[in-house]
Design a protein around this ligand. Sequence first.
Ligand SMILES: [Zn+2]
Length: 307
Amino acid sequence: MPTRTYRPIHVGTLASGTELILPMHEIVGDRSGPTVGISAGIHGEEATGVEIVYQFLRRQDLSSLAGRLLVLPIANPFSYAAVSRGTPIDMMNLNRVFPGNADGFLTEQLAHKIVEGFLKHLDVYVDLHAGGSTPTVDYVYIINAEPLSRAFGSRLLYRPKETLMGTSISVTRERGIRSVVVELGGGRVDQSAYVDRGIQGLLNILRTLEMLPGSPADPPSQVALREIVTLRPHHGGLLLPEVTTMGGEVRSGQVLGRIVSPYSLQELEAVRCPFERGVIVLTHLTPSVVEPGIYGFMIGNLATAEA
Ligand SMILES: [Zn+2]
């Protein structure tokens, strides 16, 4: 049987006297194999990934595991508790400060500890993100491990020209660690279908790596996008979405949603599809109170996508 060990990474003591730790779990199989790291909650408001990890470790039979899993269910406990994208004490975005700084701001110290205690030790890395408190998202990045990204099983994939500086992936890619970034779920809708897909996706990756018996599920017919635009509204107010089918097609000029003022009762802005043929990567599935500059919609360009 695999051995399971709780290996918390100690970060420091807070003014409240609380110890700030990163809750890392290690599962070592009886047979040899690669070390796969799974993290969630780098952005604390993306709680779906955290639930995927929890349910995966609770439900999945790992008795015949080969190799080793290092799992960080909540990479930023503070921002998770506050349901916030940034770390409350310094309001920095953890996924913009990697590889961190041992002597820097708290968020930079956190990133440094994650690199030293977790990322450095991996052969394969899966990072789970989600849409956040109000938007819902559904795609997987192709970074440097296309077969693993495809194996996860989402229909939409994204091959960016470059990866953002300061992300955990910028560290693993530089070290040649095969990396998959998943964007799945979020928003004020039932998350259970996303959680189920996340569990299946992790299983598919581990089966592709032959760390668990059985064949990975056949992925759906997939579209690899080369271009995704993020549409951030210029006004705050009540966002009334008009496109609520994840992965659905939209046409040039089509209204994706409207920002209205519940004060003046007027429409402040209509957000429209900028591409001739677009596909919905991120949207709001329910009316939501928003501020200017939030993730309103993400639309992929089907004209430049790989078939
Ligand atoms: Zn995120």
